[in-house]
Design a protein around this ligand. Structure first.
Ligand SMILES: C[S@@+](CC[C@H](N)C(=O)[O-])C[C@H]1O[C@@H](n2cnc3c(N)ncnc32)[C@H](O)[C@@H]1O
Length: 188
């Protein structure tokens, strides 16, 4: 099995992290219904599960909201939480307005293109707010010293849509911060 397309950089980042224990627990949020990368990591011997708000098509993917991880995982802690092309503006906007999910997707996308500045600002705030909640929810679910790795891509709309100071405000120690990738640590 090859690295699923679009996950090359994420895989490099994950494998750069020194394993602190022999069997680290990994959670991928927004892994898609199939959880291809979850399967790939499991095949590589990592104890990995995934979560998506779409109907899961894999036994290793749970359905749930990344901003409410406790509802799905309770007190379980993870050593690594991964988000690949999830915490960017475009993926979150698409998710909020349901683009790509139903027969009205193209109408919603067209309406958004023509929306006035007030609507765009409201949407912007909703996306920022949701991402902030997700950062808080992953923080809660990480073990001390655990890492959240967020990757976008080189495409401008898939850059991570939070700032270094927003991550710090949640409590994270920022290990690395670039427009399209961030490595954040929950302090001990
Ligand atoms: C752009 S896709 C990326 C999918 C996959 N990670 C990849 O890189 O190919 C964003 C994914 O995040 C999921 N998602 C968006 N918002 C979510 C939320 N609040 N909770 C859980 N999953 C979410 C979507 O259903 C979708 O599968």
């Amino acid at each position: 099995m090859d690295i699923p397309k679009g996950y090359e950089r994420m895989f490099a980042l994950v494998t750069e992290v020194p394993k602190r224990n022999s069997n680290p627990a990994l959670l991928e949020i927004g892994c898609g219904e199939h959880g291809h990368f979850v399967d790939y990591m499991r095949q590589q011997g990592w104890d990995t599960v995934g979560l998506d708000n779409r109907e899961p098509l894999s036994q290793f993917v749970s359905r749930g909201d990344a901003s409410k991880l406790r509802d799905v995982f309770g007190d379980k802690l993870f050593d690594l939480v991964l988000a690949n092309q999830v915490l960017g503006y475009a993926p979150m906007t698409n998710d909020l307005i349901g683009v790509g999910r139903d027969e009205f997707a193209w109408i919603k996308a067209a309406l958004l293109c023509h929306a006035g500045p007030d609507i765009k600002k409201d949407l912007d705030n909703m996306v920022k707010d949701l991402i902030k909640k997700i950062l808080g929810s992953t923080f809660q679910q990480l073990s001390p010293d655990g890492l959240l790795i967020a990757c976008g891509s080189d495409a401008i709309f898939e850059q991570n849509y939070f700032t270094q100071s927003e991550a710090e405000a949640v409590g994270y120690h920022v290990i690395d911060f670039k427009p399209s990738e961030a490595v954040l640590q929950k302090p001990r």
